[in-house]
Design a protein around this ligand. Structure first.
Ligand code: GLN
Length: 544
């Protein structure tokens, strides 16, 4: 058996170059050639995990099956590779330091001064090798968050330097940079890339592969120049042009032979050609829609669309599965009022109310839900979106004007959404919600069953509040069906309306499980319902 191989991915010149997508695309290609691959991300901030971060700071918090609150890049890893990630796939500086400090308190370093080198770097190296040591993977791709030169990512670069020495032929380093185009000069410029590599060299890391983000084709001479100045082979200077969708990037990287270059440098065989038939079919269907619909996505963080990354990706997956072009109208929940709700929503064929925390924007969400319920517009409510649907129903159908969630008003008599029993004694904010995958039992004759075509499902969660079962009977009597429950606790997981073409609320987050290879049935069914309502026929696209 050969040793597990490691690929370290760093970024230079500027942030937001898409290291996560490049790492996921490379992982996809290697997997498509028959290797077992996983991807891991190190985030250089001090928070233990992104669970306590406001989405404005860091975009969506992605939840894994084992209940880890992680960086949104892990969503890309899962969507591209179709494998589950775990807590071990996302480590922050906070966690690294916490582990070292806990050991120090236990006396593990008794008598020694605890230092960044070797103790912090050892802990980073231990976490890098953790996945490799499971024996499950042929290749571990480790992405280092941030940009080379940041003070906070220095210990990670140092750990890579040490590992490159220790692992010798079993690892390589890939550096992602930007080749800017100066329109005044009419030229692509390689100097920032040269400087970024020089900085890496200063820290003792020689990149083996350079992936260069560029808006224009890189001329051969420029690639040669970069190769010469940065001590990399000409073939290892990879052009990464802007793509129309992130799902095209694996194909662009395949054309550039990124997978071959990487495998050669790791002394691994090419195995078979990458098996990308399904992936290409997914893209074909995405790019050749036969109809077009417009849906509204209502949330309070819509200024930063990354806050809803998994939802918008799940919509893209469903859009390909149904060959429907889906235009999303992003609507700020704080902007919706009783007066303008019709103006904002009347031309939409479906509405999705997003997850969230706290009372900001709740009134707008309730107005929108009332509108779609009464107008028979397909509705999908996720987590807080589902909770709002229950509140709206209780207020306007049962006539309980004080109905609310305990989260928004702890003193209401009609707390139709209430704090979960096991949350009552929780004091810390971080990592204490109901997190990760839980069972859900679906009622046989329900829309939920039509969607999932099974009665047993497992979905991922991230919440503290739940539908208050004290009111379940009264809600159901008026037509709000609880069509999915947790078999162990009786917790409501899915609600739907009897007298509505398609109205569903889910306490869990289906978006975390949608993948290119397996678009989520709930999103598919939602988009199907939406296009039945009214869609614009584009052309007769053939199903490839
Ligand atoms: N704030 C709600 C709760 O904690 C909903 C959470 C969510 O939408 N993820 O239950």
């Amino acid at each position: 058996m050969t040793n597990c191989k490691y690929i370290f991915v760093t970024g230079g010149v500027t942030s937001s170059l898409g290291k996560g997508i490049i790492a996921a695309s490379l992982g996809k290609l290697l997997k498509a050639r028959g290797y077992n691959v996983t991807i891991q991300k190190f985030d250089p901030y001090i928070n233990i995990d992104p669970g306590t971060l406001n989405p404005y700071e860091h975009g969506e918090c992605y939840v894994t099956t084992d209940g880890a609150e992680t960086d949104l890049d892990l969503g890309h890893y899962e969507r591209f590779l179709s494998t589950n990630t775990t807590q071990a796939n996302n480590i922050t500086t906070g966690r690294v330091y916490q582990n070292v400090i806990n050991k120090e308190r236990k006396g593990d370093y008794l008598g020694k001064t605890v230092q960044v080198i070797p103790h912090i770097t050892d802990e980073i190296k231990r976490n890098i090798k953790l996945l490799g040591n499971t024996g499950e993977y042929d290749i571990v791709i480790t992405e280092i968050g941030g940009t080379v030169g940041d003070i906070e990512s220095l210990p990670y670069i140092e750990a890579i330097r040490q590992l490159t020495w220790e692992l010798a032929d079993d690892c390589i380093s890939l550096h992602l940079t930007l080749i800017p185009f100066l329109s005044a000069a009419g030229e692509l410029k390689s100097k920032p890339t040269q400087n970024s590599v020089k900085q890496l060299l200063q820290y003792g890391v020689q990149p083996d592969v350079l992936v260069c983000r560029t808006e224009q084709e890189l001329p051969r001479e420029l690639k040669e120049k970069i190769a010469r100045f940065c001590n990399v082979n000409f073939e290892a200077v990879i052009e990464a042009r802007d793509a129309s969708t992130i799902y095209e990037v694996p194909l662009l990287m395949e054309k550039e032979h990124l997978d071959r270059v990487v495998l050669s440098k790791l002394n691994l065989s090419f195995k078979n050609e990458p098996e990308l038939h399904d992936w290409k079919q997914f893209l074909y269907r995405l790019e050749n829609p036969s109809k077009k619909v417009k849906i509204g996505l209502i949330g309070k963080y819509v200024e930063l669309k990354d806050s809803y990354k998994s939802i918008s990706e799940a919509i893209i997956h469903a859009s390909s599965a149904t060959q429907t072009e889906v235009e999303i109208r992003w609507i700020h929940s704080e902007e919706i009022s009783e007066e303008n709700v019709d103006v904002l929503l009347h031309d939409l064929q479906g509405v999705l109310v997003a997850p969230g925390f706290g009372s900001r924007g709740i009134d707008g969400k309730l107005q929108a839900i009332k509108y779609v319920r009464e107008q028979n517009i397909p509705f999908l409510g996720i987590c807080l979106g589902m909770q709002c649907a229950v509140i709206e129903f209780a207020r306007n159908v049962l006539g309980w004007s004080d109905a609310n969630s305990y989260e928004m008003n702890p003193s209401t008599k009609h707390d139709v959404i209430t704090l979960m029993q096991d949350q009552k004694d929780v004091e810390n904010y971080g990592g204490t919600m109901r997190l990760g995958a839980y069972d859900c039992q679906i009622t046989a004759s329900s829309n939920a069953f039509d969607v999932y075509k099974t009665t047993e499902i497992k979905e991922r969660h991230r919440h503290r509040y739940e539908l208050n079962n004290d009111f379940a009977e009264q809600l159901q009597a008026k037509g709000l069906l609880i069509s999915g429950t947790n078999p162990q606790t009786g917790l409501a997981e899915i609600i739907e309306l009897e007298d509505h073409p398609w109205f569903m609320g889910v306490q869990f987050h289906p978006e975390y499980k949608s993948r290119v290879s397996t678009p989520h049935p709930l999103f598919i069914s939602f988009i199907e319902a939406v296009s039945k309502t009214h869609s614009t026929i584009l052309k007769k696209a053939s199903v490839n």
